[in-house]
Write a protein that binds this ligand. Structure first.
Ligand SMILES: [Zn+2]
Length: 368
């Protein structure tokens, strides 16, 4: 992947880990080949791109390649094949809409490559068709100027989903959070495509150390190199808010059984994203995911944009909980199919029903 930037040299407003530099252009160029091996970022005006992304109301004349325009607001983001009229400059203050729009753009770059490859199952071809126009809205919520205090938050897993959640959280200027992050895994080369806070230099290092160090300028996270639930003496009581980014379903039940307060769970399955939040009095993640995956199921390959959506949805839920603006019960679960956000039902908000056979034996299941 090679990227050419044609952007003004705008100063950074505040630290944007894992990027470093005094200007946006400098930070992006210095990320060349450090985030993913072989992925270059440059400012070469002789570059001949195969696809183009245009930001806001920027004027652009390009007749020979596919071109999409990124627009949006604080909590809403959109992508559309290039239009030059009726588009607005980016003026939003909060960063969720811009992350939505960027993630929609990443889909199109991925699909552009996938359309050139032979597919084992022709039915999958629908996932990789070009989107003419798509958007997503997480719903606006008021954020006070002085920022958001999230208090103590424990993070279960330092993998792709939790790294995406923390990456998204750090785009907010005034967020305060301390807590712990649990994981015993090391950063591998194959993680780099989706681990938003990791670079080539981090291969072989503990994921919890990589994440805690990367977040240290904005968040206070203590790295715990243990796979949850591990040794309960080392872990102690979980925080009142917990983020869970593990795809292993019994591990989610275990967190739910130990959690004294609110938990958010995000996971990925093939090209889909599942995201939910659970207060102690609500149907829990065991009610939502009551059956474990079959033993011996093939490892599911994951890719950056799916994990990113899972993390972004989790961060929005965390901020809303801290701002006492949680989604209503009929939005307790979100299922997204990010590759085709142009189709109806690509994003579905759903309630969670309590189950008598809940594997976590939650309060809601016991009063049935
Ligand atoms: Zn339950």
């Amino acid at each position: 992947m090679q990227i050419e930037l044609a952007i003004p040299d705008v100063a950074m407003l505040f630290t944007q880990p894992p990027m470093s530099g005094s200007s946006v252009r400098q930070a992006l160029v210095s990320s060349s080949e450090s985030l993913v091996s072989g992925a270059t970022v440059c400012c070469d005006s002789t570059f001949a791109p195969e696809i183009v992304f245009v930001v806001g109301d920027t004027q652009f004349e390009g007749n020979h390649v596919s071109c999409w325009r990124l627009t949006g607001s604080d909590w809403w983001g959109a992508l559309a094949m290039d239009r030059t009229t009726g588009v607005d400059a980016w003026t939003s203050e909060w960063p969720v809409g811009s992350m939505i729009s960027a993630a929609l753009a990443a889909n199109e770059a991925f699909k552009f490559v996938m359309r050139r490859l032979p597919l084992r199952g022709q039915a999958d071809r629908v996932f990789f068709e070009e989107s003419q126009s798509c958007n997503w809205d997480f719903g606006a919520v008021h954020v006070p100027e002085e920022g958001v205090d999230l208090g103590m938050v424990d993070v279960i897993s330092a993998g792709a989903i939790c790294q995406a959640a923390l990456y998204a959280l750090m785009r907010f200027p005034n967020v305060r959070m301390s807590g712990r992050i649990f994981d015993d895994d090391l950063t591998g080369a194959s993680n780099l495509n989706r681990n938003m806070l990791s670079s080539v230099a981090d291969i072989g290092l503990l994921k919890v150390q990589v994440v805690a160090r990367c977040c240290s300028a904005k968040l206070r996270l203590k790295p715990i190199a243990v796979r949850f639930p591990g040794d309960s003496c080392k872990i102690g009581q979980l925080a009142r808010r917990v983020l869970v980014g593990v795809d292993d379903i019994p591990s989610r039940w275990e967190v739910q059984r130990h959690a004294p307060g609110w938990i958010a769970v995000s996971g990925t399955s093939h090209f889909g994203v599942s995201s939910s939040a659970h207060r102690p009095d609500e149907p829990c993640c065991g009610c939502l995911h009551p059956v474990d995956d079959p033993v011996g199921a093939n490892p599911i390959p994951t890719v950056s944009f799916v994990s990113f959506w899972a993390g972004l949805a989790m961060t929005v839920r965390l901020l809303r909980d801290a701002l006492a603006s949680s989604y209503s019960a009929n939005r307790q679960h979100l299922w997204l199919t990010p590759l085709r956000m142009d189709l109806p039902h690509a994003g579905m908000w759903l309630p969670v029903a309590p189950r008598r056979d809940c594997p976590a034996h939650c309060l809601a299941s016991r009063v049935l």
